[in-house]
Ligand binder design. Sequence first.
Ligand code: PMP
Length: 360
Amino acid sequence: MPVMPRPSILSVEPYVGGESKVPGVNRIVKLSSNEGPFGPPPAAVAAITEAAKEANRYPDGGATAIREAIGKHHGLDPNRIVVGNGSDELLALLILAYGGEGTEIVMSAHGFLMYELTGRWAGCSVLKVPEKDLQADIDGIIAACGPRTRLVILANPNNPTGALLPQAEVDRLRAGLREDILLVLDSAYAEYVTDPDYDAGAKLVDAGTNTVMTRTFSKVWGLGGMRLGWLYGPPAVVDVLNRVRSPFNVSSTAQAAGIAALSEPGWVEKNVAHNREWVGKMTEGLTKLGLKVHPSHANFLLVDFGSPEASKAADAHLRSRGLIVRGVTVYGLPSCLRITIGTAEECGMVLDALADLRNG
Ligand code: PMP
């Protein structure tokens, strides 16, 4: 008998992402992982280099300085912040700690893939609630929760749709859920939102004992490779995460990079302004080519090519020019591609390539 993992683990396909090569193409433009287009903040690069000089030492397991820096930046209590090896790690720990065998996770049909993958290997059943026009259906989610539901996980803005759920709907979701259900608000793309009513989650976290917010340094902060995410939650949830996380889950270089990034002047403003400009220009350009572009509140566009064949052909054409975008068939959206907003030049390359394809 070979050694075997728990059966639920073999039901999960490995996550595919981060690919950065196309055979035979020299210049690659990677627009498939919603990373920031301007490299890492220069202050973070300097801090990483400095921290590397003491790489023989373990990092601060309590991550005090980075939690304090995050707390100061966002006006939050650092004692209620936990950092993780990317927000992926924190989401997985929440699912393992509050879910597991015999429990259920409820998510929106086109919610972020990792909730489903982690939920399944953790042994939870994962219920995906149908959407209306690619928008989470709050009444559907509330109605779908059963006695075994332990977690409801919602990304707002959502990946891969780019949709933003109005704040009143998010509030209504929390109010409509049983008290013993943990609502996880995944706000990975919070910085890009312009809606003045939007709350990335802190208000709802503070209003009760059963809501948490997760955030990341991988998107607007330009530090995807450092793997740094964080969570703000009620003391009891923070306590649980500190029990289950590994002792040194965030490297010293990642902690130093995060602190430095937060002090980089104008970084978020510059990135957000660029993003807003190019979400607009790309949406307009692609729409003119006859493509359907879903309204985006994040740093990527979900583009509908009309059929799975057309989206595959567009993907192959973009790849032949070194432009790597993201197929979203795993999300049940085979006629779409998800395209990250790159630099102005990179966005221009995508528009030119798709115009050439459309015009034969
Ligand atoms: N949540 C959402 C909605 C995401 O799109 C991503 C990144 N693709 C993550 C969480 C994970 O981010 P990270 O682990 O890099 O913090």
